[in-house]
Design a protein around this ligand. Structure first.
Ligand SMILES: [Cu+2]
Length: 493
């Protein structure tokens, strides 16, 4: 693949080419990354059934073991793709966890490269947070990341396996887990290292929400494929793909543009954008509404109806769709305003439905007063050939925290941006206070851990630092930006 040295003009050209054709607003594309196209014939949309990831099974109460392995799977019908998967599946198994039931997950690494597993949205001690240099190193690996990268200061090498301890003293929410290895998160997640973890609690159990087969986790991501069916991805840190990598195939739960048969009843859809760089604006065709019941970090106080859900990498929207609004026999397509089809539901039959979306869903924690205000500027710095994505002008340096919030306090963090940067905080959940000096969008509601900061936007969030002292991170969840240094530590003291 040709990768000419990146001039500023070339970089801006890359950005403009990335998404202006699709619903660009003003001078900036709605889409973040640069498109990679597949080199094999692609299936017609809505022909592959929607898979549901298998449930992880505990080996003892509160204890799981999962092995990261390569596997050959059929993603594009008639071809095989080598994946790197938790338990050799993509997405990995779904963990069903409960508030108040501390859980240990042993991750064994039988892949060719080191990994670090981050439970996204988890309120976990720092040693189990999936810090990028806290690595599980496979047997026989030389322990140093290859490619000429020196060993990072503070690097911790866990041979073969590591136990991640999750106290689960947190509200019911849609969490997910994925690789977080220093410098190589983007290619390793692209190969398949991601899955869902659903935390449940009594507050949620008491609600008459759709459940069982009417509760569908939808892990949405994009990929591109080589002629032989393998995943297509640029070489790591290719400056030509500095904006981020997008594929031309949309996968839901690992299947291309799948189709699911549903009864004409309410269904709960747990939407996760697990893409490296792609943002979506999700809609229902031929029309319809999503009733949002939860955000990244748990149930909303009250439901909110949306016609469009903008979802950036790392974000989750917990929604209910009432398929009784469509005649039996209808096709209801989940579409992306920016790129087209995502998946389809076919309403096949009527059925009894005793579910409901109550007007009061939960009593989320109240906001508390901010004791400090800090600013984090997400920006590209440096010249061609030497460019990096930075926070406050600094490329990531492990062990050099940009902030030291106090445990048990809340702070107002002002996030500013030169591009699309989905900003994620580890440990701390936050509420959006303002977007561009105005009240937050309806889709910013609730407690979150990831927020879409768009080009030249200012987003103020109120973050609570609860649970644990120690070293955590703030970073861009565009995984190519993350690997090109757009991360920073913060220490909870
Ligand atoms: Cu970014």
């Amino acid at each position: 693949m040709s990768a000419p040295p990146m001039s500023r003009r070339g970089f801006l050209g890359t950005l403009a080419g990335a998404g202006l054709a699709a619903a660009g607003c003003g001078a900036f594309p709605e889409s973040a990354g640069r498109l990679l196209t597949s080199r094999l014939p692609l299936p017609a949309p809505f022909t592959v059934p929607l898979p549901i990831p298998p449930l992880a099974r505990p080996v003892a109460p509160g204890r799981y073991e999962v092995t990261q392995r390569t596997a050959k799977v059929e993603i594009i019908p008639g071809t095989t793709t080598e994946i790197w998967g938790y338990d050799a599946t993509f997405p990995g198994p779904t963990f069903e966890l409960r508030r108040g039931d501390p859980t240990t997950i042993r991750v064994r690494n039988e892949l060719p490269e080191p990994t670090s597993t981050h439970l996204h949205g988890g309120v976990n001690p720092p040693g189990s947070d999936g810090y990028p240099t806290d690595l599980v190193v496979p047997r026989g690996h030389s322990a140093h990341p290859h490619g000429g990268h020196p060993s990072h200061p503070g690097m911790r090498l866990n041979p073969v396996a590591k136990d991640y301890h999750y106290p689960l003293d947190q509200r019911a929410a849609t969490l997910w887990y994925h690789d977080h290895r220093m410098d190589f998160t983007a290619p390793q997640v692209w190969r398949g290292l991601a899955g869902l973890a659903l935390v449940r609690d009594e507050e949620e159990d008491a609600l008459p929400l759709p459940r069982g087969e009417r509760e569908l986790p939808l892990l949405i991501c994009d990929r591109a494929f080589e002629e032989d069916g393998s995943f297509r991805y640029p070489r790591a840190h290719d400056p030509h793909y500095m904006a981020g990598v997008e594929g031309d195939v949309i996968l839901v739960n690992g299947a291309p543009w799948p189709v699911a048969e549903v009864s004409a009843t309410r269904h709960r859809l747990r939407l996760l954008n697990a893409s490296n760089a792609r943002r979506y604006r999700l809609r229902l065709a031929p029309g319809g509404r999503f009733t949002q019941i939860g955000s990244d970090a748990g149930l909303l106080a009250a439901p909110v109806a949306h016609e469009v859900i903008p979802i950036s990498p790392g974000e989750r929207y917990d929604v209910v769709v009432d398929f009784s609004a469509y005649p039996v026999g209808s096709a209801v397509t989940l579409t992306d305003e920016l790129a087209g089809d995502v998946m389809r539901f076919v309403v096949t039959r009527r059925a009894a439905d005793d579910s409901a979306v109550p007007a009061v869903l939960s009593r989320p924690p109240e906001r508390t007063r901010a004791v400090a205000m800090r600013a984090f500027d997400f920006r590209r710095t440096g010249d061609a050939g030497n460019a990096a994505w930075t926070i406050n002008g600094r490329p990531y340096r492990p062990g050099a925290p940009l902030a030291r919030p106090r445990l048990g306090t809340a702070e107002m963090w002002r996030l500013t941006s030169d591009f699309h940067h989905p900003v994620h905080l580890h440990l701390a959940h936050f509420q959006v206070l303002a977007r561009g000096g105005r009240p937050p969008s309806a889709t910013d509601a609730g407690w979150k851990d990831t927020v879409d900061v768009r080009p030249y936007e200012v987003v103020d969030v109120l973050a609570r630092f609860d649970g644990h002292r120690g070293r955590y991170m703030i970073h861009c969840h565009n995984l190519e930006h993350e690997d090109m240094a757009m991360m920073a530590d913060f220490d909870v003291v």
